[in-house]
Unconditional design. Structure first.
Length: 328
């Protein structure tokens, strides 16, 4: 009997509800965009009211009012002067409001390299020398109250990195590196999404950003970069799962730090047991969803690059899931 697979995920929860994430900023790089959005909504509502009022006059107004509405003066004021003044003022104010988003990088901020892949996210935490000190996938951890500089790249086609509550979106273009900042002013889980159509299951290319209190973040990074893997818990399926990971071909595409699995074609699985989601933000991380993903990810996310493993029995899938759950 196959386990029941829930489709609720941290990304879905973080991107749902009211107000929408883009209008509910949780950091200084999202605040200006939320303000700009509200002003644009207000101007759009005002323009709509003016247009509806003009339509009412055109349909039901007196001949005198209709004549004034269609006169040369009204056209010059409403059709030329008003848009020119409002749009120019909006452009200047909008550029000044969002200037912090493009301020020069200081060089002392925490840096993370994020590479967009079809259809997941490769994460590398960088040291002071710019070299990767820790690898992960589809989940980004940051400290609260500190700006984090992201080096955005693409391994294949154009993607776009967007966490609505933490910053605006920025394209990830093959052959170049774009820089952006994010910052969370409160702990929590913030949903993100690829915001540029990249083919196939683009709509299922999500991720989460987890913001920790600085001391908790420091402990997490220290534990993960220590090099020594924690001992695996006692479970009868662990040894079998570890063997299957090697013999079924998983290790050819995936890496697990501290083991012989060093594949780089697919997401790094070193900390899979602690992740909020599976499949790049589309499933909650639990044993049932993990078994279903390993068995036939194509039925869940059609077009992704992981083949189905229909040759594995339910006992095999459970053993693999137990082994991967232990990766922390």
């Amino acid at each position: 009997m196959w386990p029941r697979i829930s489709t609720r995920s941290a990304v879905g929860d973080a991107l749902g509800g009211w107000p929408p994430p883009v209008l509910d900023p949780a950091g200084p790089y999202a605040d200006p965009l939320a303000m700009l959005s509200w002003v644009l909504f207000a101007i759009a509502a005002l323009v709509l009211l003016v247009v509806v009022a003009a339509l009412w006059v055109a349909l039901f107004g007196s001949a005198r009012r209709k004549g004034r509405l269609g006169g040369t003066r009204a056209i010059w004021i409403g059709g030329v002067a008003f848009p020119a003044v409002v749009l120019s003022a909006l452009l200047v104010w909008g550029l000044s409001l969002t200037g912090s988003l493009t301020a020069p990088i200081r060089g002392d901020e925490m840096r993370v390299k994020v590479t967009g892949e079809m259809w997941w996210w490769r994460i590398a935490y960088l040291g002071r020398d710019g070299q990767a000190v820790l690898h992960d996938a589809n989940e980004l951890h940051i400290p609260v109250g500190q700006p984090v500089v992201l080096e955005l790249e693409s391994a294949d086609v154009i993607h776009s990195f967007w966490v609505p509550r933490l910053s605006g979106k920025l394209d990830m273009i093959p052959g170049r590196t774009n820089m952006m900042r994010i910052q969370a002013d409160e702990p929590g889980v913030f949903g993100g999404q690829c915001a540029e159509y990249c083919g196939g299951p683009h709509a299922l290319m999500g991720f989460v950003v987890v913001a920790h209190e600085p001391e908790d973040f420091a402990r997490l990074m220290a534990a993960r970069t220590a090099g020594a893997r924690p001992p695996l818990p006692a479970h009868p399926d662990l040894a079998r799962g570890a063997q299957l990971f090697q013999t079924a071909g998983c290790a050819a595409c995936h890496r697990i730090a501290g083991t012989g699995a060093n594949g780089i074609a697919g997401p790094d699985l070193s900390f899979l047991g602690t992740r909020q989601t599976l499949g790049a933000g589309i499933l909650p991380n639990n044993r049932g969803t993990l078994m279903g993903w390993i068995g036939n990810s194509q039925a869940i996310k059609p077009g992704n690059r992981m083949p189905p493993y229909s040759m594995l029995s339910s006992d095999d899938l459970r053993a693999l899931a137990v082994y991967l759950e232990a990766q922390r």
